[in-house]
Design a protein around this ligand. Structure first.
Ligand SMILES: [Ca+2]
Ligand SMILES: [Ca+2]
Ligand SMILES: [Ca+2]
Ligand SMILES: [Ca+2]
Length: 492
């Protein structure tokens, strides 16, 4: 398909960096060795060039808790407000490994997101959850019967809580890209948000303005402090993980916004507001959101690209992260990725701590959460315990994926086990790589109209808002929220 050809051409002609990021000098058994590969499709100074980023974690590594990418401040892209809402701005393909309904974590599940430019008006929000209780999350509905679902046209409410400053005031992004995919029957919302340099994102992540513009990835409503969990079908999310993400230099038309009768649109439009696949030779529709320049390379020089990856905690140092470890305080007898390994009775509870290793009990503490989807498999902390202080409904005050009900130190800021933080910098060469760094100042090589600054005419006013390319990554913010906290609901 044409998209693959494009990527391959990029790989062949452009600069590619492949790096192995070593874990920090910990003696823990847990390993976290993300593999990163960034390709700038066209390294010509001033060119409108797409970025393609691969982010992979090998099998056996702990899953990531978060990934933030910093793109050098000299890159120029249009701010989100200058791009039509619903314009196709990128694409992500990933292969995730999931455990479903208390089985081993070994289901390889391909996921594909078409990313659309989305509203950054933090005062006009839509609930992430199914507040009106009609079976569909409110962000995935289309109440105004426009051509786009509400989560693109309004700002999902949890972001105002999950991405807030020290005074709980919501952070203002300068761009947001959003995509919806259906994974294991669940609507999944993936978002890339870009903030001004120096923005405080999280205490684990440096907020040094010189690093560039932080790009944060969220999956579902990860990190929402107001969220009330419920049991779900996805009980684990583990390695291996592979992902490939492209941020387009020039936006593409979204055929789902075409002003034709709904019956003439692809039925998938009603579900995710985007086509299943992007066709290179598709005719433009009305309105045509394509042709707007998003990304412009800076001047000839060498620039630093920084990625900070955070690996999940492993309290008992048995190499299995807490979110995957049903015996978080005991070395496991088997590998939770292998069916029945160390778990003779196939109840998801490793024999290292199974009180009845030969009696199958898929919900050992009878709290409604299957063992593999329970952050305290041996202590009742289900929805019935929601109002009990020090227990709660899967409450995990220190975010170490060990519930307060079984955490010996639930309020300790140090949490149980270490986060592995990797910071990787590498050089991205534009042109010969030898000049003085700086943003491209004459508007670049914008190929055609469609944006306010397109067209290349004289008297062109360029608003240089240097932003980042959400060129990056996967599923940040802790994939474990996806299965530990289910998909929400219950906020009636
Ligand atoms: Ca263990
Ligand atoms: Ca067992
Ligand atoms: Ca429990
Ligand atoms: Ca905890």
């Amino acid at each position: 398909m044409n998209y693959r050809l494009l990527v391959q051409a990029g790989l062949a002609t452009a600069l590619a960096f492949i790096l192995m990021i070593a874990g920090t000098g910990t003696t823990r058994a847990q390993t976290f060795n993300p593999q990163l590969n960034v390709v700038l499709e066209d390294p010509t100074p001033g060119a409108n060039s797409s970025f393609t980023t691969d982010f992979n974690l090998p099998e056996g590594d702990v899953q990531f808790a978060g990934v933030v990418t910093f793109i050098p401040a000299e890159w120029t892209i249009a701010p989100g407000e200058q791009i039509a809402i619903g314009a196709v701005v990128g694409e992500l393909t990933a292969q995730a490994t999931l455990g479903l309904i208390n089985a081993a974590c070994n289901n390889a599940l391909p996921v594909h997101f078409i990313m659309l430019n989305a509203s950054i008006d933090i005062t006009d929000t839509v609930p992430f959850l199914d507040v009106d209780d009609n079976g569909t999350e409110d962000y995935a509905e289309n109440r105004d019967e426009s051509s786009l679902q509400d989560g693109f046209e309004k700002y999902p409410d949890f972001l105002t809580r999950a991405l807030a400053d020290e005074n709980d005031q919501p952070l203002q992004p300068i761009r947001r890209a959003a995509g919806i995919a259906i994974v294991a029957g669940v609507n999944v919302l993936l978002q890339f948000l870009v903030f001004e340099p120096g923005t405080f994102i999280d205490e684990s992540i440096p907020h040094d303005a010189s690093l560039g513009y932080p790009s944060v990835v969220t999956l579902q409503n990860a990190g929402d402090p107001a969220f009330d969990p419920e049991p779900g079908p996805i009980t684990d999310f583990c390695t291996p993980l592979t992902s490939n993400n492209t941020a387009f230099a020039i936006t593409k038309d979204n055929p789902c916004t075409d002003v034709v009768p709904v019956s003439e649109l692809d039925p998938v439009c009603e579900v995710v507001s985007a086509p299943l696949e992007l066709l290179e030779d598709a005719p433009a529709t009305d309105p045509d959101e394509g042709g707007a320049a998003q990304l412009t390379n800076p001047k000839d020089s060498t620039y630093k690209f920084t990625v900070i990856g955070v690996g999940q905690r492993d309290t008992d140092s048995d190499g299995i992260e807490n979110s995957l470890d049903t015996c978080a305080f005991e070395p496991n007898e088997g590998d939770p990725r292998v069916n029945g390994d160390g778990d003779e009775d196939l109840d998801g509870l490793d024999s290292g701590c199974d009180p009845e290793p030969n009696v199958t009990n898929s919900d050992q503490d009878s709290d409604g959460y299957l063992n593999r989807g329970d952050n305290c498999p041996l202590d009742a902390n289900g929805e019935d315990e929601a109002d009990i202080p020090a227990v709660g409904n899967q409450r995990d005050t220190d975010d170490d994926v060990i519930g307060d009900a079984c955490d010996p130190d639930p309020d300790d800021a140090d949490a149980q086990g270490d986060l592995i933080v990797t910071q990787t910098e590498f050089d991205l060469v534009v042109g010969s790589g030898t000049g003085e760094p700086g943003p491209w100042e004459d508007g670049g090589t914008v190929s055609d109209g469609g944006s306010d600054d397109g067209g290349g005419g004289s008297g062109l006013i360029i608003v240089i808002v240097v932003v980042v390319i959400a060129a990056v990554l996967v599923v940040g913010g802790g994939g474990f929220f996806l299965m530990r906290r289910g998909r929400g609901g219950g906020a009636t």
